[in-house]
Design a protein around this ligand. Structure first.
Ligand code: AKG
Ligand code: FE2
Length: 337
């Protein structure tokens, strides 16, 4: 059988290699969506309510480590066009997709299934993923798929817009925490990756998982969820569903933000469960520090509290992360003081 699940025709029975041992199954995969997950409305961000909205972002980052954003300035038309195009990409013929298949972490564009460790893992995750870099555009665009024919045009526009959005969220975080303006611009957010997940309908969502529980290793992540449930966040030891709100972006501070804020901002543990009937496509964007930038708690945020992490280069962190089977939180242990 072809290894990309997007190449399969409808499966009636979960293949054995996807059946997780009992202790790693999602348990109650049908948790209801949580009404407590903060929804930040940016419509009035340039008006008198600015400070109030900034405080909502800080509180959401501290208490949940995940929030949704509406009226963020990226057009619905662009969001829908981009989503439609990625769906089309995953539905395109196997021979076409084979051109991009790669398990190499350093490949400029890689399409793979489950994890990069597919060959050696005991059990596979129910997902295909397309990842490539997006910034600076001119360095990466020639490595992107060129089919559908408007792929590069649409993804270029999308990448530029979502980058602006994430830099705006980071700037609001700076304002709210008392960090100097544009603190995160430059080396700390130099790299940008696009990561599109695709899950076909799954015959047994209780026995497998789309993405295991994890924290994002980067500076900050955002997600366009589409309209199918699947993302869950861990809140007070319980899994809660993150509602696919039309037109919203989900924002997840990454572990590097946790370190720079000396633990003041949280990074939610999250996972993806599969759906019995619907296929699910999500568009993730990550801002990632450059390899040689020093990551450490910001001086001005320390106050009288002790430094929780030692400084390290992002390269050092990333090496530890990949050496720890891509368990970001476990990798961070090494840098705790
Ligand atoms: O696809 C999703 O809903 C979540 C994706 C995610 O957590 C990730 O790519 O890190
Ligand atoms: Fe994630």
């Amino acid at each position: 059988m072809d290894i990309l699940i997007s190449n399969w025709s409808r499966v009636r029975c979960l293949p054995e290699k996807y059946i997780f041992p009992a202790e790693r199954r999602p348990g109650n995969h049908k948790v209801s969506v949580s009404k407590d997950i903060p929804i930040i409305d940016l419509e009035r961000i340039n008006g008198p309510e600015r400070d109030q909205i900034i405080q909502q972002i800080i509180k959401a980052s501290q208490e949940f480590g995940l929030f949704q954003v509406i009226n963020h300035g990226v057009s619905r038309e662009l969001m829908e066009k981009t989503m439609q195009m990625f769906r089309q990409f995953f539905e395109s013929p196997a021979e076409f997709k084979a051109r991009f298949y790669s398990n190499d972490l350093n490949a400029s564009c890689r399409l793979y299934t489950s994890t990069l460790n597919y060959e050696n893992e005991e059990v596979h995750y129910w997902r295909d993923n397309l990842t490539h870099r997006c910034h600076p555009l001119e360095d990466h665009i020639t490595h992107w798929p060129d089919d559908p024919p408007y792929y590069r045009k649409v993804v270029a526009e999308y990448s530029i817009e979502v980058r602006k959005f994430l830099l705006m969220i980071l700037e609001l975080i700076c304002n709210g925490m008392g960090l100097e303006s544009r603190f995160f611009e430059g080396e700390l957010s130099k790299n940008q990756s696009l990561s599109v997940n695709h899950h076909i309908p799954c015959p047994d969502p209780s026995a497998t998982i789309g993405m295991q529980a994890h924290c994002d290793p980067n500076l900050i992540s955002m997600l366009q969820q589409g309209d199918v449930c699947g993302l869950q966040a861990l809140k007070d030891g319980q899994w809660v569903g993150v509602e696919p709100l039309p037109g919203a972006f989900v924002v997840i501070p990454g572990l590097q933000l946790r370190v720079i804020s000396n633990g003041k901002l949280a990074s939610a543990t999250h996972r993806v469960v599969t759906d019995l009937e619907k296929s699910r496509t999500t568009i993730g964007t990550f801002l990632i520090p450059s390899s040689d930038v020093l990551i450490q708690p910001a001086d001005c945020l320390l106050g009288s509290s002790a430094m929780l992490y030692r400084g390290y280069t992002y390269e050092e962190f990333f090496g530890t992360f990949t050496g720890n089977n891509c368990e970001a939180e476990m990798a961070l242990e090494r840098f705790k003081l």
